[in-house]
Design a protein around this ligand. Structure first.
Ligand code: IPE
Ligand code: IPE
Ligand code: MG
Length: 243
């Protein structure tokens, strides 16, 4: 599948789902699925760089994922640490700006230090912005934005969409144009609730470790054929495109 020539999304949000089922199908422990999922992510990041995507935001660990068995959570944390240590210099070489979103204070100091180091190392890079959502929850994001506004302005805070948007995670980049969820489930699972208000939603049955650039291009092709009306009617959109 070739890439569409125009109408490419600038920012893609991804729920990388299906690692556990991928491993189970092969009689492997779930963590093997997460390791393979990381390899799939590495390849897709390369692809995202090659097509000059502005930003990609991937869901790596939700606030609800703490409820998984302790050993899976522990192994996932180890995988975050080891992959941060091994991948960051390569991401930096590719001019990628790495950032983390979510309630980060839940993590141990060692992981926080690695996050801080990798963010500051890549802060000046001008290529792909890769946002990794960890201990993220869309509802948490909305609440923390309200809390920030309240802390800044007190009980007379002026609560507007503009004021809240400015305090939400990822407020400095365009909202996602395209959302991709792999693994067959058709739900948002408390991901970027505010930011996805007008995002095109694409669901794939492919399990994340099997997800390749070819599948990604299929989603881009699908996106290129969407008409984003933002509440208007088709004729108005066509007129704007012509003028
Ligand atoms: C997504 O894959 C990765 C994380 C949530 C960390 P899952 O682990 O949810 O895989 P399935 O849905 O059980 O197959
Ligand atoms: C969403 O996947 C979170 C991540 C991919 C990190 P889950 O597998 O946790 O979602 P649910 O629980 O099936 O909705
Ligand atoms: Mg899942």
């Amino acid at each position: 599948m070739t890439l569409p020539e125009d109408n490419l999304p600038r920012h893609i949000a991804v729920i990388m789902d299906g690692n556990g089922r991928w491993a189970k199908k092969r009689g492997l422990p779930r963590i093997a699925g997460h390791r393979s999922g990381l390899k799939a992510l590495r390849k897709l990041v390369e692809h995202a760089v090659s097509i000059n995507l502005q930003a990609m935001t991937v869901f790596a660990f939700s606030r609800e994922n703490w409820q998984r068995p302790d050993y899976e959570v522990r192994l996932l944390m180890e995988l975050f640490m080891s992959s941060l240590q091994s991948e960051v210099s390569d991401l930096h070489k590719h001019n990628i700006r790495l950032r983390f979103v979510g309630q980060l204070d839940a993590f141990n100091q060692k992981l926080l230090d690695l996050i801080e180091e990798s963010e500051s190392l890549t802060a000046e890079n001008t290529g792909l912005i890769l946002n990794v959502a960890i201990n993220y929850s869309g509802r948490w994001d909305i609440v923390q934005a309200c809390q920030q506004l309240f802390d800044e302005q007190g009980e007379h805070a002026e609560i507007t969409e503009v004021a809240l948007s400015a305090r939400m995670s990822l407020s400095d980049i365009d909202e996602p144009d395209l959302f991709i969820r792999t693994g067959g489930e058709q739900r948002i699972s408390n991901y970027l609730l505010w930011q996805l208000a007008y995002t095109e939603l694409f669901f794939s049955d492919v399990l994340w470790p099997d997800y390749t650039a070819k599948h990604f291009n299929e989603a881009l092709q699908w996106f290129a054929n969407r008409e984003r009306r933002f509440g208007k009617i088709s004729e108005q959109i066509k007129q704007t495109n012509v003028s």
